[in-house]
Design a protein around this ligand. Sequence first.
Ligand SMILES: [Fe+2]
Ligand SMILES: [Fe+2]
Length: 249
Amino acid sequence: MKKKTILSRKANILAERLQKTKDDMIDGFAGLVESRNRESGAHVYNIKYDTQVILDEYSRGREGEFTPEIKRLIVKASALHDIGKIAVPEGILNKPKSAGRFTPEEFTEMKKHTTAGVKILNTNFRPLVKDDPFFYKFCMEICEGHHERWDGKGYPRGLVGTQIPFCAQVVSIVDVYDALVSWRCYKDPIPHEKAVEMINNNECGAFNPELLDVFNRVAGKLQEHYIVLEKAQADGGLEFDEFGNAIMK
Ligand SMILES: [Fe+2]
Ligand SMILES: [Fe+2]
């Protein structure tokens, strides 16, 4: 009996370690792809943080539907939203601001990163995403749907309103906010207040009004995260490894 208990405890420890390794690999691959963009490794870190904050606020009173485990899986899947960018040609992915906006052909190529991501997850990443059906579902939905917009003007499928999976709606608003307030090869950072204003004015596409409400309620908390992060980086207290994983010093 005692031997059995020890063995099952050891099996649990091993399973936990295996899970942790898989989670690290997911963040690592996601960071590696993002690093092609010459963005700071903070993008994956920010997306996960912001997604968690939005989910925590949205799920108040909906704890039955949004259990901590469901939220954890959505946050974990959010890291992979742009994994399909690995398939986008370098010249398009890193087109500098000075070279002007995307041509229609370039934009068509760029848009393919959503469906390319789904393909990659179903082939190369299959062993990493397939073992939990919820995680797999969230990965697929976020990867394909994070550029869809509430009014149907998004891509790749032009889904409208609740046709867009909820987890993809969350990551889309978070992805836009992070892109606005951060440096990108095509733009300088925009101040938080301006970013919030642009999101509310649908300048980056339309979002679920209920989710927009949630975003506005937590916007201050999101801003705080970026201030702390920036300060930690400036003080040398926070670094990102080559895979985009945050290392606290
Ligand atoms: Fe994307
Ligand atoms: Fe992104």
